[in-house]
Design a protein around this ligand. Structure first.
Ligand SMILES: CC(C)(COP(=O)(O)OP(=O)(O)OC[C@H]1O[C@@H](n2cnc3c(N)ncnc32)[C@H](O)[C@@H]1OP(=O)(O)O)[C@@H](O)C(=O)NCCC(=O)NCCS
Length: 197
């Protein structure tokens, strides 16, 4: 039986290295890579993103890759592992009937790449794109326990309204406003209920 030495142990980090990860606009041929990323996801990440345990189909990812630029835009985080792999995806879709131009974003980073700033990079890229395309508000819907999304919203330092809506947390972020001073302490307890799943 082979035993790991201390050096071998130290040389095997629990997280992937984000330094070789790039963020780029989604391309028509990315559907397969996005599909493969979803096969590597934990049930928790899948649930937090889609609020159900179902993995979207290849056709659904193809539709995201073919998003009409008038309706939204998407970005992927990629790295090289014997070829390019997708480790993160974020896209927004313009709401059809909102009085002010409003977009709903969705974001997902593969488990072993989470907590390294990749979500923040994708989030900012999406936000800049939405601003240039005159989106005035972003409606973020998430599970009430999803503290990373709360941090993404709060870390953007833009004004927002928070409310509970149909068992979800909803943040309506106003884009294009002067950023607010970053609070000294984050308030994660803006809702007086929680839901278990
Ligand atoms: C939400 C998600 C996209 C964030 O991506 P990420 O790469 O993990 O995020 P980052 O490393 O950029 O961190 C984002 C913020 O969360 C904070 N954060 C990181 N780990 C955290 C944790 N365990 N608890 C609370 N906040 C945490 C970070 O400090 C950062 O805030 P800051 O920039 O103000 O410091 C990712 O965790 C994910 O895919 N989760 C599952 C799917 C999901 O929840 N999607 C959102 C629903 S639309």
């Amino acid at each position: 039986m082979q035993h790991l030495t201390i050096d071998q142990w130290v040389a095997q980090p629990s997280q992937q290295d984000k330094n070789d990860v790039i963020v780029r606009p989604i391309q028509l041929g990315d559907a397969n890579l996005i599909f493969e990323m979803h096969q590597r996801l934990s049930p928790d990440s899948l649930y937090y993103r889609y609020l159900q345990y179902r993995r979207p189909t290849l056709d659904e990812f193809a539709a995201v890759c073919h998003l009409d630029p008038a309706k939204g835009a998407g970005f992927v985080a990629t790295t090289q592992r014997n070829g390019e792999i997708v480790v993160g995806i974020a896209y927004y879709v313009r709401e059809a009937h909102a009085q002010q131009p409003t977009a709903e974003p969705g974001i997902l980073v593969e488990d072993s790449f989470q907590g390294q700033g990749i979500g923040r990079s994708l989030w900012q890229r999406m936000q800049q794109h939405a601003l240039v395309n005159r989106i005035q508000r972003r409606r973020v819907l998430c599970h009430p326990n999803n503290q990373r999304v709360v941090r993404l919203v709060q870390g953007g330092c833009l004004p927002y309204q928070a409310k509970a809506s149909s068992g979800l947390s909803e943040y309506l972020v106003t884009l294009g406003e002067r950023p607010q001073p970053r609070p000294l302490r984050w308030s994660l307890a803006e809702f007086d209920f929680s839901i278990s799943y």
